[in-house]
Design a protein around this ligand. Structure first.
Ligand code: SF4
Length: 94
């Protein structure tokens, strides 16, 4: 099954699929840059589909209740080349 099919089944094709792209391009307001790794120092995981924010729970704790669900909810970006590539591959090969 392709990820696109899975997302459509969930009727939520914007959800984060852990490409890591945003945190590799620039840190969010809670992050900070690791010059050696050229990514946010809080980004964990080692490949698209496996990346995750290492301080997500700390960040969510700081957010107002009505904003907690938005953090990590997904970008749905078609300008994210890693996301686009992931969505065209078979989910079992990721
Ligand atoms: S890893 Fe976490 S703290 Fe860093 S940029 Fe991504 S979401 Fe923000």
């Amino acid at each position: 099954m392709k990820l696109t099919q899975l997302l459509l089944l969930n009727q939520n094709n914007q959800q984060c699929i852990r490409s890591g792209y945003c945190c590799i391009k620039a840190p969010c307001v809670f992050g900070s840059w690791n010059k050696l790794k050229t990514q946010c120092k809080h980004l964990k995981g080692n490949k698209p589909g496996k990346y995750y924010c290492g301080i997500k729970s700390e960040i969510v704790d700081k957010l107002p209740d009505n904003e907690k669900d938005y953090f990590g909810a997904g970008c749905s970006s078609t300008l994210n080349p890693i996301r686009t590539k992931m969505l065209t591959k078979n989910i079992d090969s990721l």
